[in-house]
Structure formats: C-alpha cells, structure tokens
Design a protein around this ligand. Structure first.
Ligand code: AMP
Ligand code: MG
Length: 487
C-alpha cells in the first residue's frame, strides 16, 4: 500500500505531445469534502480506504493540489453526436491528470471530471454537478460489480461552489479510472482533419499499449479492430441482458477498450420495455434500449471509417459483419444462464423472445423476474410469478415450455439451480429512484445514503441483511423519473 504522495506516474499519453492534448491545470472547488469513495477502485492505485478520509485527499481531487509528476491535460477528440459529425469536442470539463502504475504493473488513467474550463469548453462552464457525479460514481462501480466492463470511479468530492444548470446546484468532481481515455472520436478527429500521420501515431499508441497481443498477428491493425468489434459485441450483449441503457452512445462516448464509458442520463430498466428511452432529449429514440445493438454497430462503422487509411475497406466491412453474430452469441449465452439453463438448444431464442414479449405486455420488473425465477424450483417459481402477468394464460403456456426445456437437461439439485441462477441474476440494481433518493440526501449534506447504496451495489448478487428496501420495484413516484440530461 502507498501513501497519497507515493503514487508513481508514467504519463504515456501526455508524452505523445501537444497535438493530442493540451496542458491545463484544474480549477479548484471551494470547501471540498469527501462524498463517497470506492475502496475497490482505490485499491487499483494501491491506496488504503482510510486515505480517502485524509483532508488532503479531498483537496487533491478537487483541484487544490497536484503531484509534481502529474501532467494534467485536456485530450482532443471529435465525434458523431446523434448521428451528426461534430468536428471538435475534446475534454471540456475533465482532465487526464496522469497515468499511475500500481504494484501489479497496471497503468490507470486518473481523470478528474468537473475540473474547470479548458480550450475545448466551448460555451460550457467546465464543471460537473454533484447529482451527475454521484450517478456516474454509482453506475461505474455497480456495472463493474455486475461483471459489465466499465470505467471505474474512485471518489466524488463535493463543494460549496455553485454551478448553474436548470437551477443552482453544487459543483463536484469525480475521479474516474480507466486504462485509457481514448475514444472512437479521438481517431475521428485526426481522420477528418486529414492529419493521417498523427492518426497513425494514435493507432500505434493504442495498439502497443492496449492491444499488444495483436502485434503478433499478420495484420496487427486489422486484428486490433476485430478485437474492438468483439469487445463491443460482448459489452452491448451484457447491457441488453441486464437492462442497462447508456442513453448517449455518441462516438465520443465510446471507449476504444470496449468498456462502458461517459455516463449521462443512463438507466437500468425497471419494467421490461424494448422501446425504453432513458434520455428525454432523445426524441427519436436513437439510443433506446433495443436500438443499442444497431447503434453499437453503427459506431463501429464510424470508427472503421477513421481507420481506412490503414486497413482495406473490404476487410473492415467483413470485420463489422462479425458484430451481430458475436453479439447474439454472447446475449444468448447470458440469457440462458439467467434462465438457469446449462446447455444451448435450438428453440432457446424463441423461448427468450416469447418471455420478453409477455414481460413487455405486462410491464413486469425485468431484474426481479429472473431473481425470483431462481428462488425456487422451476414449477414453484413460475406458479408464483404468473400473478405478475396480465396474460396469465399466455404465461402458463410459456411456463410449461420453460419447464419442459429445463427437464431436457441435468439441472442439478434445487440448491445448485438456485446458486447458479442467483450468481447471474442480481437482487440489487441501480434503479433511478434509488440514485435519486441518495442524491437528494447528499444535496442536503447527508452522504450516508450514497455510501450505503454504493456498498449494497458492490455485491449485487448477494442477499444482504436489512437491505430489503433496495430490492423492490420502484414506488409510483419513482417510475419513469425524468432524469435531467444536463450534468
Ligand atoms: P458529454 O455529453 O458529457 O459526453 O460531453 C460532450 C462534450 O461536451 C464533451 O466535449 C464535453 O467535454 C463537453 N461538455 C459537457 N459539459 C460541459 C461543461 N459543463 N463545460 C464544458 N464542456 C462540457
Ligand atoms: Mg462525453
């Protein structure tokens, strides 16, 4: 374990030079205070949980102090936002403070979001509010605990600095960790500005540091692109299987590592709804729950376009063609496991789509359905769950087919089935209304609820004593909350 002043920096991205990022110092927030920290994320930096309580910790991660070896920078990128190309975005309110390597030899980017204005701020104030910082913190750590690749969040620091959104709010900063902050939009920027030599530098940087095994392939660039396709297929399969809606799948919000990245008005499904749109400024539903799959592919095509100087168009096309089959394989694998099935059979796809249709028509809670299905032997579980369906007869037919399907394989003992299903079906998910309650308490200065919710979500599959209220359907006021898109 290390003290705060013992972190070891190796700023590989900053060393690429001023073409790729610009030196900027964080602008401090007033009266910084620790809102919440993640022990598990701090451990990635070899920091002890207790260090978050040190007043110096809050000072550092609110921009008052910086290590001499850090090299704070705003990264340049562009990207497709809602389908239209925006030629210049870049870090308008977040800074890559530097890259730290830990005792295990891993590199982690320290990215401070809400750190003040940069040359990329355009009309923005460079700030982030407490509300959105808490949401990103909880989501990053909750996704990780669910086994869904994500950037991590080490802490949120609150302050008395006022920030204006629809109303006055409190300024905050979140310390985000990821092995890289390069996005699809980073490549698009150098491609569309026709700086192809710099584009090559960036491609080589990512290849050497993050996809080194591809160097052994006959065509390393193509091998890397294929792996990016694969990682995105698996990531989006996990989002769909667990009902996570990202909300703003612009290419500047797509990590080159295939991890969940840049959280906005995200949501987990409460009631199952294929057409759910979590971003209320997304009037056409471009980023609706079910559209995340074709949009994932669309984004990969946008990245492919930026790689055309180095990879044949036809081979890129073939690689994009891998996305849907890979997605489907991962999705089916997860959904079978969510249903407690241990083998793959031909009719499974139909069994799953029929279930989802019934759930959609009755507004059944997506997460709790699977959890309850695993609580008891199949026959008892479906007997209880049928009450949630308006079309009980339809559900009974499905339930009969489900039980016959279970009978076609060795499901093990009741206890084995239960343990197997509970290991993939979370009891606790980050419902919008739970986040909202924690945010309201935090805005009035009480951080206990955020911390408790974070602790619960770190073990989503394990039933925790006295935490029943985190495993319920939302109350009426908490359904379909309009989450402000400003952040
Ligand atoms: P986001 O919607 O958070 O992914 O941000 C899209 C772009 O807008 C990025 O270039 C951000 O850096 C920039 N941006 C968002 N909010 C602000 C803000 N308050 N001040 C400056 N830039 C911002
Ligand atoms: Mg973004």
């Amino acid at each position: 374990m290390k003290a705060l002043d013992e972190l070891t920096f190796d700023n590989r991205f900053a060393r690429l030079g001023d073409v790729f990022s610009t030196s900027v110092l964080p602008e401090p927030l007033a009266e910084p205070r620790l809102v919440v920290a993640s022990d598990a994320a701090l451990a990635l930096l070899d920091l002890e949980p207790a260090q978050a309580e040190d007043p110096v910790f809050a000072e550092i991660f609110s921009g008052h102090k910086l290590w001499a070896d850090a090299d704070a920078r705003a990264m340049v990128y562009s990207g497709h936002q809602f389908g239209s190309y925006n030629p210049r975005l870049g870090d308008g309110r977040g800074l890559l403070l530097g890259e730290v390597y830990n005792d295990a030899g891993e590199h982690w980017d320290l990215h401070l979001k809400g750190a003040g204005q940069t040359p990329f701020s355009r009309m923005g104030d460079g700030r982030a509010v407490l509300r959105s910082s808490i949401r990103e913190f909880l989501a990053s750590e909750a996704l990780h605990a669910l086994g869904i690749p994500s950037s991590r969040a080490a802490c949120v620091i609150g302050s008395s600095t006022p920030v204006w959104r629809e109303k006055q709010e409190q300024g905050a900063m979140i310390l985000r960790l990821a092995p890289s902050h390069v996005r699809f939009g980073s490549f698009e920027y150098f491609y569309y500005t026709k700086q192809h030599d710099h584009l090559k530098t960036l491609v080589d940087h990512v290849l050497n540091l993050h996809y080194p095994h591809c160097l052994e392939q006959p065509e390393p660039y193509l091998a890397m692109y294929k792996e990016i396709v694969e990682r995105n297929a698996e990531l989006i399969a996990k989002w769909q299987a667990y009902g996570f809606c990202h909300g703003v799948m612009n290419t500047d919000n797509m990590s080159i590592l295939g991890i969940t990245f840049d959280f906005g008005p995200f949501a987990f499904l409460d009631d199952f709804d294929q057409n759910f749109i979590c971003n209320h400024s997304d009037h056409e539903g471009r980023y609706s729950y079910s559209n995340q799959v074709p949009i994932g592919q669309w984004n990969l095509s946008a990245l492919a376009q930026a790689l055309t100087p180095f990879i044949e168009v036809e081979t890129l096309r073939e690689a994009i063609g891998l996305f849907l089959p890979l997605y489907q394989a991962h999705y089916m694998d997860l959904m079978r496991r969510r249903l407690g099935l241990t083998t793959a059979q031909d009719g499974d796809e139909m069994l799953i789509s029929r279930l989802l249709k019934l759930m959609q028509n009755s507004g059944v809670d997506y997460s709790l359905f699977f959890r309850r299905l695993g609580d008891q032997p199949a026959a008892d579980a479906v007997g209880k769950l049928r009450d949630d369906f308006v079309d009980m007869r339809g559900f009974d037919i499905w339930a009969d087919d489900y039980q016959s399907r279970c009978a076609q394989e060795d499901q093990g003992s009741d206890a084995e089935r239960r343990a197997r299903m509970h290991a993939v079906n979370p009891l606790y998910i980050l419902r919008n209304y739970l986040a909202q309650q924690a945010i309201e308490a935090a805005e009035s200065g009480d951080y206990e609820e955020v911390r408790r919710l974070h602790r619960v979500l770190c073990k989503p599959f394990t039933e925790q004593a006295d935490m029943d209220r985190y495993a319920q359907r939302p109350p009426d006021w908490g359904k379909h909350l309009e989450i402000s898109c400003s952040s």
